[in-house]
Design a protein around this ligand. Sequence first.
Ligand code: ATP
Ligand code: FE2
Length: 335
Amino acid sequence: MGGIILGIESTAHTFSFGCVSTDGELFPSFSSLFRPEEGGIHPREAADHHSESTANLLNQLSSNKDFSWESIAAVAFSQGPGLGPCLRVGASVARTLATRLSVPLIGVNHCVAHIEVGRNQTGCIDPVLLYVSGGNTQVIARADGRYRVLGETLDIGIGNMLDKFARSQGMPFPGGPKIEKLSRAYANSGPQSLDDAYLPYGVHGMDLAFSGMLTSATQKVSEGSPLEQICWSLQEHSFATCVEVAERALAHTGKTELLLGGGVACNERLRQMSQIMCEERGAACYWPDKQFCIDNGTMIAELGRRMLECGIETELMDSAIDPSLRTDNTTVVWQ
Ligand code: ATP
Ligand code: FE2
């Protein structure tokens, strides 16, 4: 590696360090995922996990043959949005490293980082982004120097909904990949049927909602519907809502590229449904590698790189975290 930007991600369950070269080559991240023994993610416990993983992750990063501390040109970190205690761990490590190495510190918007790593990896230019993760579900497009949220979930994030349903059926976090597996088994087992498997469809104008779907799916399983069928139905309904709003965003903005991002964008069925919608309207559909869909340090480094190129740095006194930072808070000055 020549000059590199180091990125640190710590918004929720994932603590991750990743690098990008100053000319935009992405390198795999070193990550540790906090998996609660039971229940949801307790912010304090996740933050403890991040603190305890720091030395190990930094050792892995620095023993990588391409890495040297001397080549670090800047340190970027997730400034928000996310869980306060978790964000604080990442920010502290970033401040320490930037100060010790005497390089610029760059606080970045986590949601915008999902977009920029996707643009880097896929080469798309001005997409509508379907951002589907645990905590966030947004349809975003760039207009007048910001990424504008055109539509979003009115209650919980789609990934969070999948995780909650999975947990109610005894499947541990993260539930999304397990639901995908069961859905595929159902889809491959014979003709698919929505009989007794209709769920409330949560599209409200450009916005989405998932909690009604979740309650109904849980109820159907407890009334005896087969789990595999309900997993499949839950995917079909929730993904259809996202693809519908994404299509409307393409129509309203006149843009011709759709980019998927966030952990749920790992899902093959969502990719397929998005691809079909795009083909039908003459648009192009893109998604980054799975390693860059889920939370990762490399995406934070990539947004840091773009900001640094435009001369943007974060002074220590401005480096406080912002748990409720919005996608459209960040002015987008880079191309
Ligand atoms: P954000 O802070 O952006 O909201 P996040 O903290 O939820 O992100 P991500 O790593 O982007 O973290 O996404 C994790 C979510 O992605 C989890 O809800 C997980 O179940 C879901 N997920 C991962 N793989 C799949 C998959 N194959 N199918 C469906 N969902 C998936
Ligand atoms: Fe994320």
